[in-house]
Design a protein around this ligand. Structure first.
Ligand code: FES
Ligand SMILES: [Fe+2]
Length: 398
């Protein structure tokens, strides 16, 4: 256990600065200090007080639809597996064998039970011990105490969020204000049709979340997003600190009027029941720290971000479609088309995020002003500084 005096003078100065930002009225509307995006010490604190205390999205219920389905992943220092047991009940379990800490499964699949690859202990998909070879006479062996521990989770609109802190406030009430913006999409009925694995990216997790503004369409996406969704039209909806939310309306000339005089995008069949804003804009929802979803009337892409170091993240994207577009002869082709579009835009984002992550190491890099189109970024900054500051005030010791 360390306390603050064991940190370097640089880290202490950074923590002091973050506390001071959290305590100010933030009229200045400025970025975080650049050091906050590469400090190893700050990253270790963020892992403890943001990622291990916060709601982390690990996938969707429809990615394990059948009894026996499972999906494993690594979240910070934990191996986790999402399962559906033989009764159809969803579980999130520690994927660390209770014998000698081997992951009992990897990737995604379907099985009647897990068999640990090290000494073949077997576990049910609800975590209970199923059977072990050669332990019957072992003095401290008690199968009742050796099941895979359950991890707290909640589902929200089909997304599964875990929390490693069993005392954390429940998630669903915190996301309730989003209902008035997005209820009509009925995201709970959508399904994942394709996954895109980006592997490890050379960015701090906040560099990725900061890239969620629409202001950058003009510079980073002039031939893609900016053509249809000009960044200067975007605006944030006030939030309660648990999420941020942005609308990015379509360029006006792309809209036509239907027979009822409603303005719609001209060349697409649209879901019924959407509000005019939902039909003529995309929205971005961020549940900090690791969830980001982009929703258009007939497509959505959701990102899961897992930090692997101060300047590395593991990034995974799933493409979702609404019910009427699932299981049709065109579904696969539509999914491929969306993946190609997503790749084109993300390639542009890779370029800027990678260079920004390098640029912030300059001795000349300083805090800088945010535009009023960057309220999302301001809110990411406040989320981080307030979590860090509260933890330090409560005597957080690493
Ligand atoms: S580590 Fe799993 S059975 Fe030994
Ligand atoms: Fe972008």
């Amino acid at each position: 256990m360390n306390n603050r005096t064991t940190y370097s003078a640089e880290t202490r100065a950074l923590l002091d600065q973050l506390e001071s930002i959290a305590g100010s009225n933030n009229d200045e509307f400025q970025t975080l200090p650049p050091q906050a995006y590469y400090s190893q010490d700050l990253f270790e604190i963020e892992k403890e007080v943001i990622f291990k205390q916060g709601w982390i999205m690990i996938g969707r219920e429809d990615q394990v639809p059948d009894p026996g389905d499972y999906m494993a992943m690594r979240v910070c220092d934990e191996n986790i597996v999402l399962t559906r047991d033989k009764h159809g009940v969803l579980h999130v379990l520690s994927n660390v064998c209770t014998h000698r800490w081997m992951p009992v499964c990897e990737g995604k699949g379907n099985t009647k039970f897990f068999t640990c690859p090290y000494h073949s202990w077997a576990f049910e998909l609800d975590g209970k011990v199923r059977g072990v070879p050669g332990m019957e006479d072992a003095p401290s062996y008690d199968p009742e105490k050796l099941g895979l521990p359950s991890i707290r989770f909640e589902t929200w609109k089909g997304f599964v969020f875990i929390n490693l802190n069993s005392n954390a406030d429940p998630l669903n009430p915190q996301l309730a204000p989003l209902e008035s913006e997005i209820a009509e999409y009925h995201l709970e009925d959508w399904k994942v049709v394709k996954s895109v694995e980006w592997g490890e990216s050379p960015w701090n997790w906040k560099t990725f979340q900061d890239n969620g503004d629409c202001y950058h369409h003009i510079g980073a996406h002039p031939e893609t997003l900016e053509l249809e969704y000009p960044g200067h039209l975007s605006y944030s909806v006030p939030n309660n600190g648990a999420f941020t939310f942005i609308w990015s309306p379509m360029r006006d000339k792309l809209l036509t009027e239907d027979e009822a005089g409603k303005r719609t995008p001209g060349d697409e069949p649209l879901m019924s029941g959407l509000t005019e804003r939902q039909r003529t804009a995309f929205c971005l929802i961020y549940v900090l720290p690791n969830y980001f979803i982009f929703v258009q009337p007939e497509l959505a892409a959701v990102a899961r971000v897992f930090p692997t170091g101060p300047e590395t993240i593991h990034l995974h994207t799933d493409i979702l479609l609404p019910p009427h577009m699932l299981d049709t002869p065109e579904t696969d082709a539509v999914a491929e088309l969306i993946a190609a579009g997503l790749t084109a835009v993300h390639t542009e984002d890779i370029e800027v995020c990678t260079k920004v992550q390098q640029g912030m190491h300059s001795q000349f890099a300083k805090r800088a002003p945010y535009s009023l189109l960057e309220t999302h970024n301001r809110d990411v900054m406040l989320f981080v500084t307030r979590k860090i500051s509260a933890a330090l005030k409560n005597g957080f010791k690493q």
